[in-house]
Design a protein around this ligand. Sequence first.
Ligand code: PLP
Length: 386
Amino acid sequence: MQLAQRMAQLGTETAFDVLARAEALRAQGKDIISLGIGQPDFPTPPHIVEAAIKALKDGHHGYTPANGIVPLREAVAADVLKYRGVEINPDNVVIMPGGKPTMFFSILMFGEPGAEIMYPNPGFPIYESVIRFSGATPVPIELHEASGFSFSADEVLGRITDKTRLIIVNSPANPTGGIVKEEELDKFVKGLEAFPHVVVLSDEIYSRMLYDGHCHKSLLAYPALRDRLIVLDGWSKTYAMTGWRLGWSLWPDALAPHAAKLAVNDHSCVNAATQWAGIAALTGPQDAVDAMVRAFDERRQLIVGRLNALPGVSCVTPLGAFYAFPNITGTGRSAAELQNAMLNEAGVATVAGTSFGALGEGYVRFSYAASTAQIDEAMTRIAKIL
Ligand code: PLP
């Protein structure tokens, strides 16, 4: 057997390994609190589930167009107008099986040996993994605790070369919970005028999960960027639909046909009933989303307070998503050591910051998509081992 060389370049998302280890420990009878994997602990709202059941009963059993059914793409356009205040053409929307395929396809479209792609570090691990897989050179955009894990536009612009093809922006961010400051976005977009060859992928999957009065500033709000902006969003986080595999992407005219072609080659179309459920999610009542975000906010305040009370740990307050990313250097342990100790000795699953890039050393990601009682108990157990 001779694998293609690029297979050696493909990384992974360690959160799934942690999930498997936590499940194995649970199977041995251990009581494990899961603050590892990034998914809401709420069920999908019932009216969305009902819409999928109805779709199946109504006979939506066949292939759909590769870019998604028209009413769903129209519902996405209406949602973008409602929450981002921007008019888009449903023809530029491609429905995807989750958020990940949008990043995979965007990176494959632009990545090849000799090309450079910039990505946040620490950041969602799949960016760097797929950039390496494509043969392109990953160029990290360094995110630092001191600036609330926002990026510096000057720093990003200063690292663009004639080989830079794609820049990935993620706000609100995984794993830090940081958001990119509006003035940095303004400066970034203005500065990009000097680099018309560069495309931007804006991963806005946590756009509805913001706290302390912050509102989502989408890169779609910048008309100057529209003809070279790809937007990634989806249902996984907002509607607690991680297992359904449903996402949407928005592509400029020049790229939409390529995205649809990649979809045909890869998965033909997204599961038909799931697409109808997606319409119900976008057009139906939003109170379940609001209630979930309120619950996350309460948990955020609890976990940040408890983390800051741990010896050797300090945590900036995350402004979005559902992750806390405390600095653990004062514990004297590496991120991986602490992750393992918390899992094996305290029965608390978390993810070492190094799973999100080299700049994640000294940090551990806690997903606070767990009940306040579980968070409370987890912090008590960790306090004991520290
Ligand atoms: N983008 C970011 C920043 C994420 O954190 C995730 C999931 O954790 C995704 C994209 C992928 O979402 P999906 O599960 O819909 O593929």
